[in-house]
Write a protein that binds this ligand. Structure first.
Ligand code: AMP
Ligand code: GLY
Length: 420
């Protein structure tokens, strides 16, 4: 079959890499892709947030299956329009993608589903929001409703911080996304991510992972899109994962179906775990980046079969073949990320690195220029490895990272520390 993947990050490189291991994949186009993806698939320039442009492109290129990587095309309704045109697509409709796009929507769905999550209140005016913060005290969490590229959340350790966040959000720091603010109870515990395929009827877990959001070793420095990840996440034991499935994910999915907007695609549940009990932090309507890279490294070619079964509502008959393995990915980013950083520095040393079913350098923000690979995004590379133990995978990933010659880049040296 002919497959189109939308996106340009390490997540999409790993999706492409996994799809190509499956004999069902005859032709693969990734739009817009990046320099690493271009080494294994055709890349096409396309406005992926424009449903008509994507649908026309898919028809013109006889695409049988579209896999959507990032959230923006989902929220724009790309899957809706593809399905209307009779093209199979992996991902939720715009209505169902609200589980990521709107925090108030998610909170209402969770309440209706009795899914354990933080207590919350919503505000459209600053003064009542300030009163609420003074009444509840710190720590407390202030969130802009809507997509704010992961920057709309302030975990305030003091009341003053929370009040300042309210001023920022109502002053338009996040544009329209701040017109509505959610204030949440602070949840203590350890975070982990749980990935579940959903077809509107059946929920099929495909793995757990833990991300490292802070820029520097020891979980210090500013928040980023993620500096590394590993799978599985031991904090999400089988028992806790089952509790999350029964108490949080399945009731949420049932509520979405009851509302007439069944959720289809991968559901990424961010969980807070304390004393053996999981609570929902947030949902995302897509794979995490870089969590996807470790999931794909573990699933390999079957990932395509699973995504197809999901899109065709056949998950009840699908099964994941697990190996008893561990995967890790180390993000190499441009110095200065997540703040301002230089673009266009040359990355060397990639040619000699292994590319096997358990070792891959997935590209994120890279471009090929004059026969060289240059870094054009903050996060440039995801050095990914798989092993029988996390330690083995980690040693291999760091051995590869050390061979990359990129003076303008940096990476964390402690990915996986919680599990080791
Ligand atoms: P979100 O975008 O909602 O996932 O929030 C981003 C990050 O903020 C999460 O990954 C958590 O680390 C933190 N966070 C969000 N909500 C809470 C909460 N209610 N309690 C504690 N930490 C939170
Ligand atoms: N790595 C976090 C995310 O993809 O949202």
């Amino acid at each position: 079959m002919n497959i189109l993947i939308l996106g340009s990050g390490g997540r999409e490189h790993s999706l492409a890499w996994a799809a190509l291991q499956n004999p069902k994949c005859d032709r693969l186009i990734v739009a817009p892709g990046n320099a690493g993806i271009a080494q294994i698939a055709d890349c096409a320039s396309l406005d992926v947030d424009n449903p008509s442009a994507v649908t026309e492109f898919a028809v013109e290129n006889s695409i049988d299956f579209v896999i959507v990587g990032p959230e923006a095309p989902l929220a724009a309704g790309v899957v809706d329009m593809l399905r209307n045109a009779g093209i199979l697509a992996f991902g939720p409709t715009a209505a169902a993608a609200q589980l990521e796009a709107s925090k108030t929507f998610t909170k209402e769905v969770c309440d209706a589903a009795s899914a354990p999550t933080a207590a919350w209140a919503r505000f459209t005016q600053a003064e009542p929001a300030r009163d609420y913060i003074r009444e509840k005290g710190a720590p407390i969490v202030v969130k802009a409703d809507g997509l704010a590229a992961g920057k709309g959340v302030v975990v305030a350790m003091t009341e003053d911080e929370a009040l300042a966040a309210i001023d920022d959000m109502f002053d338009g720091a996040f544009g329209d996304a701040g017109a509505e603010v959610v204030i949440e109870e602070f949840m203590d515990g350890e975070e982990a991510s749980y990935f579940i395929l959903c077809d509107g009827e059946t929920c099929l877990p495909i793995g757990t992972a833990q991300d490292h959001k802070r820029a520097f070793d020891g979980d210090k420095g500013p928040n980023t899109g993620g500096m590394g990840a590993y799978s599985p996440a031991p904090v999400l034991t089988d028992e806790i994962a089952q509790t999350a499935l029964d108490q949080i994910i399945k009731p949420t999915m049932a509520e979405m179906t009851r509302r007439g907007t069944p959720y289809t695609g991968v559901l990424y549940a961010g969980l807070m775990i304390k004393d053996g009990q999981p609570r929902l932090v947030e949902y995302n309507a897509r794979f995490g980046d870089p969590e996807c890279q470790v999931l794909m490294m573990r699933l390999g070619g079957q990932a395509l079969d699973l995504m197809l079964a999901c899109a065709e509502a056949r998950l009840a008959d699908a099964q994941v073949n697990w190996a008893d393995d561990h995967a890790i990915t180390v993000v190499m980013a441009a110095q200065g990320y997540p703040g301002s950083y230089e673009k266009g520095s040359v990355i060397k040393g990639l040619d000699g690195l292994p590319e096997t079913s358990s070792e891959m350098v997935f590209h994120a923000g890279t471009t090929a220029k004059d026969g060289q690979i240059t870094a054009t995004g903050g996060r440039a590379l995801n050095i990914t490895a798989r092993g029988n133990t996390l330690q083995e995978a980690r040693n291999q990933a760091y051995a590869m990272a050390d061979r990359v010659d990129w003076a303008e880049g940096f990476f964390r040296k402690d990915i996986g520390w919680r599990a080791l």
